[in-house]
Write a protein that binds this ligand. Structure first.
Ligand SMILES: [Zn+2]
Length: 65
């Protein structure tokens, strides 16, 4: 997926199946906003600063009990 380090913008294969279109959209976002785009093989953002992200990460970590 492509995602923005400066705002909530992101695109993954679920929302945009074409990798070329995702790349073009990322470039457009950079040109329009000057934001920094990063990419990841993951379907979700590596770090999501909201509650849903924390819950998602917790789901991936093996329970200790
Ligand atoms: Zn942005």
């Amino acid at each position: 997926m492509k995602y923005c380090l400066d705002c909530d913008w992101h695109l993954n294969a679920a929302t945009e199946p074409s990798q070329h279109a995702r790349s073009q959209a990322a470039i457009n976002h950079y040109v329009e906003t000057g934001h920094t785009i990063d990419s990841s093989e993951s379907i979700v953002r590596p770090a999501t600063p909201n509650l849903a992200g924390e819950l998602f990460v917790r789901d991936l970590v093996p329970s200790s009990d």
